[in-house]
Each structure stands twice: as C-alpha cells, then as structure tokens.
Design a protein around this ligand. Structure first.
Ligand code: LLP
Length: 463
C-alpha cells in the first residue's frame, strides 16, 4: 500500500465554496464518540482501531471497501433499548436496517424481538433461530406466499397495511385452520421533520390506513368481524431519522384516541400499541440524538397519561428501532485512490467503493463524517468531497468534509455511522462486488457477511 506524498491540494479551509458543512474540527485526528462506535479509538501509532484491532490489519485481512461492526457496541445498544423499555414493553429491531444471521443471534441473546418485511428477512430470522412468535411481519404489499409462510411458521404478529390485506390475511389464516394475531398500521397525519422519502405518517403515501375520515375505524370494524385474525393492536410508524419527540407524542395521542373509540364502539380494549421506529442518530457532530431511556420515558408517560384521561387500561407498548441500534455501530473502510484538487472549489477524493455500498448520500442528501484512519496527520484541513468509483457524478459518499491536506493514494479513510441502510441497500451497480461485513470484538474479527465475488455475479447470470 503506497504511502507516498501527494502534492497537497488547495487548502480550502478559509475560502469555503457553497455547501453545508461546519468549520473543520480543531483536531482532524479526533474521533467524536457521538459518531464512532464505542470501542473505536486511535492506537499509539495513530491508526484507528475497533475492538482492539487497527484498520491496517483489518484492511490487510479483509480488504476494502468493507463494513466493520463493533459487536460490543451493537449488543450494548440493543441492551440499552431492552432495559429502557423494561418488561412491560417489547423492542422489535427493524431488520431492514441491517440483517444477518449473526445479528439475529445477538438480538435473540439480548432479549429483543425482530421486525421483518419480506420473505427473505423472515428466512434469515428463522434460520438463525429467532423464535417465530417474537417476529413481526410488515410490508405494504406482502405476497400470498409471504403471508402463507408467515402464518404457517407462526409469526407473533402480522401488521396489516390495507383493507385488501385484512381480508387476505384472514382468509389465508382461516384456510390454514389458524387465527393470526395482527396489528393494524394507521397513518396518524403527522408531518415528521425528515427527508420526504423517509417520512411515513402523512396521508399522501403508500403505507397504512388513515385515521382521518374514519378510515382506520372502518378497518377495525372489518378486522374485528373476521374469524381468521385476532386484532391485538394499532401500529404507527411516523418516519425515520427523527430527532424531535413531538411527532411521536402526537402519534401516541392519536393512536390512544383510536383505542378509546374502539372501546366505545365495540366494547373491546385492544391490548397493544406499536409506535414504530425512526429515532435519529448522529452522522456528524452536529446531530444530537436522544438516548433510549429518554425515549422510553417520554413515550411511556404520554401513553399512560392519555390512557388515564380516556379511562383505558394502558396497553403494552412496542417500538421498532433499526437505525438507532445498528447505525452507530459500524464504519466503512475505504482505500483512497485518485485525488483531484479543483482550484477554488474542493478536492475530490475517490475511494474504492461508492454509491453501491452507500446510496444514502445520493438518495436522501444524507450527511456523513469521514476521518483519515490509517495514520494521523498535522497537515492543514482540506475541504473534500469523498466520491466513489461509479460512472455517475452523483456517486458521492461524503458531500462536504475536511481531511488533512497531505492525504495520499493508499491512505485508508473511514466513514462512521454506516451500520444502518448501507449494506442492506447496497447494489451491484457497475457490477461492483458488495463489501463484506466484519464483526469485531475483543481483539477478534470475523466475517459475518462475506464479500461478493465475480463468481457470484456470474452465477446469477445464466447466459
Ligand atoms: N418500523 C417500520 C414499520 C419501518 O418502516 C421502519 C423503517 C422502521 C421500523 C425502522 O426505522 P428506523 O428506526 O431504522 O429509522 N432507507 C432509509 C430508511 C427507511 C426506513 C424504512 N422503514 C434510510 O436509509 O434512511
């Protein structure tokens, strides 16, 4: 790996072109614990390490690009959610953020449940030993085959997403001689303050059944009338990467008022409510996420208060954090390739991955941090855009950040907080090989999802 000096790029720190970035950190070598996994630190020789292993060793053994998950941190976060919500509530990890069999085992061991939203996720969960009754099955367009498999394997709940699905699930369950426990997903009409593509509680979108116009009340009427399903609760998920608790509070209030309406109309008190996932994490030092215990307290209090006011028994609460558990636990390690300084603009730093391993920047304009990982440097800050190797100018990993001006091809750089929705949304664009996921813990690293190979690509291409 070359460590040769590269002609320093223009030092843009005090001539900043347009963009959205904070001033460079006083010390570019510092690793803000808000955005890095728990065991990430710098070794004495300046290299970033995780779980006691430095990145040069990891790159040598596993190659780049690669995702490294701090297993200690993952377990600690899962446990923090579990503890915060206690025995009267359930935590369903949202598998869409990142799912593998190792992750399923960690969740099982830490006492969490699992939310899946496809046959593939269900198979992964079951094959790693997650008990079916601890699985919730989601999705706005579940296939007949998926519903049948979910019912047959005995998933704990199916979250119904439409009028058609109420009938379809009831029919399938009945024909299998079963009564399937279900929740009904409602849209509560909250505009969550997040990117439009990841907000889900306003009415003009594909998920759930609107509370407005009595749609949800009508869905409840239909669900209660069918023998194949047992309606156990109401579900609401307002969106993703949300920091403001106000949206969750409004959602909780509206869901509880639907429970009261149901009690008044049908004489039935539904025993559960699910308030979904969506809690934001720190991608940069500017983000200030809430801790699980604060979230549990706020949600518990609002539900209890609203239920007391409506003279309802407090239902069992469940939540579905995905990003908030896995997001901060991993970083992506890249090797720096071409460096292109554009005078008066910024320096483009190309890495050996890109939008195929992190589509979030291109898709949501997401912000990330980045650090020189294979060494420290005292060089001046240089404004960079970290880009991938794909044939597309939108192939950006980190839009605006600062790296030391002596950055050189062969250096390793790491992008933190890539545990959620990066590997799970990775693609083979340009026939890129999806990177491995390596779990690191107590000085040991092991591949939990291996790197794709060109043989894998050819195996799918049947010629
Ligand atoms: N529950 C339901 C019903 C969901 O639809 C989701 C996410 C979650 C829980 C978990 O949300 P989380 O806690 O991870 O925010 N690809 C986007 C995020 C899409 C989220 C889809 N649903 C991103 O990369 O930001």
């Amino acid at each position: 790996m070359s460590r040769s000096a590269h002609p320093a790029g223009p030092r843009h720190a005090d001539v900043l072109p347009e963009g959205h970035y904070s001033a460079p950190a006083a010390d570019l070598n510092a690793l803000d614990p808000k955005v890095w996994a728990q065991t990430v630190t710098r070794t004495e020789d300046g290299s970033v390490s995780v779980g006691g292993i430095d990145v040069a060793t990891l790159a040598e053994e596993f190659g780049t690009p690669a995702y490294f998950v701090d297993e200690t941190d993952f377990r600690a976060r899962a446990r923090a959610w579990r503890t915060a919500f206690g025995h009267d509530a359930d935590v369903f990890y949202a598998g869409k953020a990142f799912l593998s069999r190792a992750v399923v085992r960690w969740l099982h061991e830490e006492g969490l449940n699992l939310d899946v939203c496809s046959g593939g996720e269900l198979t992964t969960a079951l094959s790693a030993g997650m008990p079916a009754d601890r699985i919730a099955f989601h999705g706005n367009n579940k296939s007949t085959e998926e519903i049948t498999r979910a019912v047959e394997t005995g998933v704990g709940r199916i979250v119904l997403d439409s009028f058609q699905e109420i009938v379809r699930v009831a029919h399938i369950a009945q024909s299998l001689g079963k009564r399937q426990r279900v929740q009904l997903r409602v849209t509560v009409g909250v505009e969550a303050h997040t990117h439009e593509f990841i907000a889900t509680a306003h009415e003009d979108q594909k998920f759930g059944i609107a509370l407005a116009d009595g749609q949800a009340a009508e869905a409840v009427r239909r669900a209660l009338a069918l023998d194949g399903i047992e309606l156990i609760g109401i579900h609401s998920h307002i969106g993703s990467q949300i920091f403001d608790m106000a949206g969750f509070e409004v959602a909780a209030r509206r869901v509880v008022s639907l429970l009261a309406e149901i009690r008044d109309e049908h004489g039935v008190e539904l025993p559960e409510i699910d308030l979904g996932g969506g809690l934001g994490i720190a991608y940069t030092s500017d983000d200030d996420p809430r801790e699980p215990h604060e979230i549990a307290k706020a949600l518990g209090e609002i539900v209890t208060r609203e239920c007391e006011a409506a003279r309802l028994r407090t239902p069992r609460i469940s939540v579905e954090p995905g990003r908030a558990i896995v997001g901060p636990t991993a970083f992506t390690l890249y090797e720096v390739g071409t460096i292109k300084p554009l005078e008066g603009l910024r320096t483009y730093v190309s890495v050996d991955g890109g939008m195929s391993d992190n589509i979030r920047t291109a898709l949501y304009d997401a912000e990330y941090s980045v650090a020189l990982a294979s060494r420290t440097s005292d060089a001046e800050p240089m404004l960079v855009r970290v880009v991938g190797k794909h044939c597309e100018s939108g192939d950006i990993v980190v839009k605006d950040a600062f790296l030391p001006a002596d950055l050189a091809p062969g250096d390793l750089i790491a992008v933190p907080a890539t545990g959620a929705y990066c590997r799970s949304m990775a693609s083979n664009y340009n026939h890129a090989l999806r990177p491995p996921v390596v779990a690191v813990r107590d000085g040991e690293a092991r591949v939990i999802v291996r790197r794709e190979t060109e043989e894998d690509l050819l195996r799918l291409d049947v010629g």
